[in-house]
Design a protein around this ligand. Structure first.
Ligand code: GRF
Length: 217
């Protein structure tokens, strides 16, 4: 049974275009979203940047862009459920309608998934379903793949397994290293993530089974 809709059809405040970005580290994908919004190619607003690590460099990027930031250390919570409930509460209180995981190194449990059905995105440095999990670029190199890439997908309970929103391919070169390959994939990631957010907010789309299908108009 297809699930219809734009993101706006399932949220209380459809016009808000408010994003919450969750990070754990460098934050270059967060920066790509900040830049796309600043240059006017992405009509959205980052309402909060939450990190599970106080030392995440991405927090400095957020502060430099005058964004609200919050450190929620997962270790301070007794369980994943409690941590996810705290995340959900912070995101909800800022009327976030789309959650973007950008290098957030925590699994998302049912508590948060249920609060944001079909409204959590993740970016992954491979052409999923190939090479899920950590070290995706190394996995692609070690496997001998000739093409890898980047994927933005909806988050479900399955690790890196949700419906694919957008993808980009990156050829693997014979003389590649993990660093070189990662850098070329990252260029595509920074283009893809704003595009995925645009699709979520602008386009009609529906889920047909696990297929994310864009609807014209
Ligand atoms: C990216 O490669 C992303 O695909 C993966 O984690 C990395 C995060 O990088 N999920 P950054 O923190 O956005 O620079």
């Amino acid at each position: 049974m297809p699930v219809e809709g734009t993101l706006g059809s399932r949220i209380a405040d459809p016009g808000s275009r408010r994003i919450g970005v969750l990070i754990s580290g460098r934050g270059s994908n967060l920066q790509a979203l900040i830049d796309a919004i600043a240059e006017g190619s992405l009509n959205a607003q980052i309402s909060i940047v939450i990190s599970n690590r106080a030392d995440a460099a991405g927090l400095d990027r957020a502060r430099a862009a005058s964004l609200d930031t919050l450190v929620l250390e997962h270790r301070s919570f007794a369980s994943r459920d409690e941590y996810d409930a705290a995340l959900a509460s912070e995101l909800r209180s800022r009327r976030v309608s789309l959650v973007c995981l950008a290098g957030f190194m925590r699994l998302i449990g049912p508590r948060l998934l249920d609060e944001f059905p079909q409204a959590i995105l993740n970016i992954h440095p491979s052409l999923l379903p190939a090479f899920p999990g950590v070290d995706a670029q190394r996995q692609a190199l070690d496997h001998g793949a000739k093409i890898t890439g980047a994927t933005v997908h909806l988050v479900t309970g399955e690790l890196d397994g949700g419906p694919i929103v957008v993808q980009a391919a990156v050829p693997v070169r014979d003389d590649d290293t993990v660093e070189l390959l990662s850098a070329r994939i990252l260029i595509e990631e920074h283009r893809l993530y704003p595009e995925a957010v645009r699709v979520m907010f602008n386009g009609g789309w529906r889920l047909d089974g696990r297929r994310f299908v864009r609807v014209a108009g």
